[in-house]
Write a protein that binds this ligand. Structure first.
Ligand code: SAM
Length: 206
């Protein structure tokens, strides 16, 4: 899980292909709703943008006033993020959040947009349990990823590195097992530019 040679090789292309953080209105509104949930929660601490890529969502969250740290296992993605957003903090790490720089970080919220899809499904329960262990009651998590039409998890031919599509029911169940309670989800239908549906799912630490 620890390195991302696939994203290292394509990081420049990724940043050029997706210069803006949102490719449809629902993505923007989901991040907006996440920001409101974090603002409304009583938990103090940092927001981690796990699998932050070029850091554009990290920048949106910071601009909204959240103390945000971008985290990504791709050396090239972190380099691009630091270069594009020199005032922001980016840490080289994967979804397990084991980097020493994060050891003393109090975590109030985590967003993982199209990044948990790259964690092998067998490892996701442990990752979510670790997140829950680091967050106080009321902490907010939002996961986004490519979805399936029926209740399953399937590997798909992601262009960069292995990826898995999760039905939101499966992600919700995995979050529940780890100690998070789903509050809402969105599902965007597939379209000409996106061959699979996409979900955003927000849950709160019990
Ligand atoms: C599709 S990009 C999404 C970037 C950004 N979150 C966004 O929404 O634009 C996927 C990112 O997940 C990162 N990634 C891959 N494997 C990961 C892992 N095991 N843990 C955390 N991030 C991972 C990649 O390096 C890449 O930057």
């Amino acid at each position: 899980m620890g390195f991302q040679p696939g994203y290292d090789a394509l990081a420049e292309l990724y940043a050029e292909t997706f210069p803006a953080p949102f490719s449809n209105p629902l993505q923007r509104h989901a991040i907006g709703a996440f920001i409101e949930h974090v603002d409304d929660s009583t938990t103090a601490g940092a927001v981690l943008d796990v699998g932050c890529g070029p850091g554009h969502v990290t920048a949106e969250l910071t601009a909204a006033g959240l103390d945000t740290i971008g985290v990504d296992p791709s050396t090239e993605m972190v380099r691009i993020a630091r270069s594009a957003h020199p005032g922001l903090r980016f840490v080289l790490d994967d979804a397990r959040l084991t980097a020493p720089e994060l050891a003393d970080t109090h975590v109030a919220a985590i967003v993982a947009r199209f990044s948990l899809i790259h964690v092998p499904p067998d490892s996701v329960p442990e990752v979510l349990t670790d997140w829950a262990a680091r967050m106080p009651r009321g902490g907010v998590v939002m996961v986004a990823g490519q979805s399936t039409d029926v209740d399953e998890i399937v590997e798909f031919d992601h262009v960069v590195t292995p990826g898995w599509r999760w039905h939101p029911d499966r992600m919700s169940a995995a979050l529940a097992t780890a100690g998070f309670d789903e509050e809402w989800r969105t599902v965007k239908c597939a379209d000409d530019a996106h061959r699979f549906p996409e979900f955003h799912l927000l849950a709160v630490r019990l």
